[in-house]
Design a protein around this ligand. Structure first.
Ligand code: MV4
Length: 516
């Protein structure tokens, strides 16, 4: 087994990997930016190396510095976490070239799955259902128009290079296709340096359900069931569950088998996730994307299967066969995870950086908190403001909801605003309790919430500009500046699971423009 492992990440996921290392008697090594000198992951590691200034582009995205730190300290492997360099093929090649083990799939698979249109083609070739649409980029507006007419409206235009909703446009009627085509193109070019666009028929009331897969270097490929991730806000997951409340026992088996087929065809190794769109109307499922990393929401799978996914990643990277077979995997009970953010839910989820003055983390039976902070720690403006993931387990979904309410009630974070009150309300929301979880959930929930409180009203209706509006505009301007400053980082570094908050800020800015 490796004796020393470097973690090329920060925050809660770096802490999560450090914990796995400790249990395996591997010495964990941290890297950190100037903003993170006193961060929890630095304190918990055996050694820590400064890799640059606060901006991610000058620290956590610097391939050379990270590989040099690993070589310098004698680490034998690098775990990339999620976001930052986790799905960067150049990074994995640089790690291998330095004679170290990259904990992730082969670079070729990362590249294949990084291109959404190629992934779609590969999945279809492996026998997975894909949403009806084109397998080649559209070459002109005329072709887009003709293809849309052939498949029938509504359609989605998507960036071939993309993912995560960037460069994506829903087109409901033909009159809108010209402007949507241009908008999708320019957004794709700006985000990915590639303006190729393809077209899919739009899935009605979609749910996002993904399958965790695992493969070793000896030819075994298994799935660990699904995660229901339909509760999203601006293409970012907010709450995840296992199992999906719409699983009737056959959905898991069918989607799992499909996911294994895709992974096998791609010669996958390690932990991976296959995302599907499931129509809430027809219950049909379609391959969407494959993520070649450990995901933020992996704890709900761990709670229900009892398998430690990070330990397994490290074992597989060291050449061991999977420690379980498909038949060994049992799904027991129900897990729910809330992603806790340093954001103000009463002010359009504006980031709320600052010092955490006090912290009480819930515990007790079947409660798990994966945090990256401590009382006295500083939540910086430079990175994603997620401070912890609170996950609970119960024998049933109802029991898990009751337990989550209890855990959220115990949780206190002093000094900054967090999304705790927002989750406390969701856990008592009728639609959530009834598991009406399509991707429009948060929008509907926020409307119910605003209606209850009568926010966004008053001054504006009377023609004055409220403090709230001014504050929002200031946030938008600040976000635009931050975005412009960091826009030189290559697009590939900006994708994945929220390596930085600028995309969310720019998305927020766009929403402010449309809502104003
Ligand atoms: C779709 C879709 C409907 N039909 N594709 C959003 C992010 C990207 N990963 C894919 N997305 C979607 N693709 C077709 N053909 C609806 C979405 C979508 C969505 C999907 C999952 C979770 C939340 C979402 C929110 C809006 C749109």
């Amino acid at each position: 087994m490796f004796r020393k492992l470097l973690i090329a990440n920060r925050g809660e996921i770096a802490v999560r990997v450090i914990r796995a290392c400790r249990e395996m008697d591997i010495s964990p090594v941290a890297v950190y930016s100037e903003a993170d000198a006193t961060a929890l992951h630095v304190r918990l590691a055996d050694e820590a190396y400064l890799i640059g200034p606060p901006a991610s582009s000058e620290s956590y995205l610097r391939i050379k510095r990270i590989v040099e730190a690993a070589r310098g300290c004698g680490a034998e492997a690098i775990h990339p976490g999620y976001g930052f360099l986790a799905e960067n093929a150049d990074f994995s090649r640089a790690v291998a070239a330095a004679g170290l083990v990259f904990i992730g799939p082969p670079a070729e698979v990362m590249e294949l799955m990084g291109s959404k249109i190629n992934a779609r083609r590969a999945a279809a070739a492996a026998g997975a259902p894909v949403v009806p649409g084109t397998t080649e980029p559209l070459t002109s507006l005329g072709e887009a128009r003709a293809t849309a007419a052939r498949f029938g409206y509504p359609v989605m235009l998507k960036a071939a290079a993309g993912g995560g909703g960037k460069g994506m446009r829903l087109v409901v009627v033909e009159e809108d296709i010209a402007s949507a085509f241009e908008a999708a193109r320019s957004e794709a070019a700006a985000a990915f340096g590639d303006d190729a666009i393809y077209l899919e028929k739009a899935v009605e009331r979609p749910r996002h359900i993904e399958i965790q897969i695992f493969a070793d270097t000896h030819g075994s490929v298994v799935h660990l069931g699904e995660r229901e991730c339909s509760i999203q806000r601006r293409h970012q997951k907010v709450i995840e569950e296992c199992p999906s409340p719409i699983d009737d026992g056959t959905l898991r088996a069918r989607m799992g088998e499909t996911a294994v087929q895709v992974a096998r065809a791609a010669a996958y190794v390690g932990a991976g996730t296959i995302e599907f769109l499931v129509s809430d109307v027809t219950r049909e499922f379609y391959f969407l994307e494959m993520n070649t990393r450990l995901q933020v929401e992996h704890p709900v799978t761990e709670l229900v299967t009892g398998i430690d996914l990070v330990r397994e990643q490290i074992m597989v990277a060291n050449g061991a066969p999977l420690s379980f077979t498909q038949e060994d995997i049992r799904w027991r009970g129900h897990a729910i995870e809330c992603r806790l953010y340093a954001e103000d839910p009463d002010n359009n989820f504006l980031p709320s950086p600052g010092r955490i003055t006090s912290l009480r983390v819930p515990a007790g039976p079947n409660v798990r908190d994966d945090g990256g902070v401590y009382a006295g720690a500083e939540v910086s403006i430079y990175y994603d403001p997620m401070i912890s993931k609170l996950a609970v387990w119960g024998r049933t979904r109802g029991e898990a909801i009751e337990r989550m309410r209890r855990a959220l009630g115990e949780y206190t974070v002093g000094g900054i605003k967090t999304t705790l009150p927002f989750f406390r309300e969701i856990m008592r929301d009728e639609e959530f309790i009834a598991a009406q979880l399509d991707t429009g959930f948060i929008e509907r929930f926020n409307e119910r919430r605003d209606a209850r409180r009568g926010t966004r009203g008053g001054d504006e209706r009377e023609g004055r500009t409220s403090d709230r509006t001014i504050e929002r505009d200031l946030a938008a301007i600040a976000a635009a500046l931050a975005f412009a400053q960091d826009a030189q980082a290559p697009a590939q570094f900006q994708s994945g699971e929220r390596p930085a908050s600028k995309w969310r800020l720019s998305g927020r800015m766009a929403s402010l423009n449309t809502r104003a």
